[in-house]
Design a protein around this ligand. Structure first.
Ligand code: UDP
Length: 327
């Protein structure tokens, strides 16, 4: 069976991607340092516990497993932390990606699908955001991802690297079969926090600003089901067989406000969400909504879970089943 190296495959999006790869006949080989990933999330192929900073680890993985391509998700992804400690983000995200790309060169592996982000755009000049919108990331996390996109373009021209950048909007939901889901520590994402805030006796969710220039005063985001994201990685991998490079936005194209998410969580759980208004969070644009036409046109990708109630329903099903995330 064809092996695909999935860095960060023990994480939230990575583990869902591994499941989809296995369903399509690939062996996902997970390389993860387990700093944020979980051993329990690796079920469809070997797990190599190691760090992308180690040339020795990378050489061993390529030698032993001979992957035909790489899906690179391993990264730190807390925007606030990246502002406080940029060195951590540039070292881990950028230098480790360089190590990976150089290991790919040494081992003649020429295809990579890279987990990028809508944070590469910065503050939107117009909506919805298409791939042609100028990139102007406003925090070290977004900049680290943009650097890697640019490095891959240079490696493509110089060394023939075939590369896909997938710019995710807000990943959400969980495996509909209940095997996988979101388990971050610390959890900073709205949907799991709102679900937790609906549990009896829970601490309140802080809504970061209710005075934004939006219809209900709260920020608007485009939530995309994690399984739809996972499917897009496979489609991008196939796309690289016939195209040298590509960049795609991955979102549903629907914006939902924080209040709409809270209302939907209440509908799904049947309980009130305990929430309070707090100050705006630094670096939050008021609205982020994807124009994902290109991914639909070029990859033949159509999100299966476009209804926010289904996305939150799957997240709730996962949280209710796995008490470790609900407490
Ligand atoms: N948000 C919030 N309270 C929280 C976490 C998030 O009000 O405790 C808001 C945040 O300001 C943003 C939206 O929820 O408008 C989604 O934030 P999240 O951190 O989930 O994803 P991001 O958009 O930062 O990638």
């Amino acid at each position: 069976m064809t092996s695909i190296l999935v860095t960060g495959g023990a994480g939230y999006i990575g583990s869902h991607t591994c499941k989809i790869l296995a369903l399509h006949g690939y062996t996902p080989v997970v390389l993860d340092n387990l700093v944020h990933g979980h051993e329990w999330a690796v079920n469809w192929g070997p797990l190599v516990v190691g760090d992308l900073s180690s040339r020795e680890v990378l050489d061993r993985v390529f030698k032993v497993h001979n992957p035909s391509a790489v899906i690179h998700l391993a990264a730190f992804a807390y925007v606030g932390e990246s502002v406080i400690d940029p060195s951590k983000y540039y070292t881990n995200n950028v230098i480790c990606a360089l190590n990976l790309l150089d290991a790919m060169r040494r081992h003649a592996c020429e295809k990579i699908v890279f987990s990028s982000t809508c944070a590469v755009y910065g503050t939107p000049e117009c909506l919805p955001l298409s791939e042609s919108h100028p990139c102007g990331p406003i925090n070290p996390y977004g900049r680290s991802k943009r650097f890697i996109e640019q490095i891959m373009a240079d490696y493509g021209k110089a060394y023939g690297l075939r590369h896909a950048s997938l710019r995710y909007f807000n990943a959400a939901g969980a495996d509909p079969e209940g095997q996988l889901g979101e388990d971050h520590d610390p959890e900073t994402h709205l949907i799991p926090l709102a679900l937790k805030a609906s549990l009896p006796g829970a601490m309140p969710l802080t809504v970061f600003g209710t005075d934004w220039d939006t219809p209900d005063g709260t920020c608007i985001r485009d939530y995309i089901h994690v399984v739809d994201l996972a499917e897009a990685h496979l489609a991008a991998l196939h796309y690289l067989d016939t195209h040298p490079c590509c960049t795609f936005n991955l979102g549903n194209g629907n914006g939902h406000s924080v209040k709409k998410i809270i209302d939907t969580v209440e509908k799904v759980t049947g309980r009130p969400v305990n929430w309070e208004t707090g100050p705006r969070r630094a670096g939050d644009p008021s609205r982020l909504v994807a124009d994902a036409f290109l991914a639909k046109q070029k990859l033949g990708w159509t999100p299966c879970y476009q209804d926010i109630t289904d996305i939150i329903g799957h997240a709730w099903q996962w949280m209710a089943k796995h008490k470790r995330t609900a407490t």
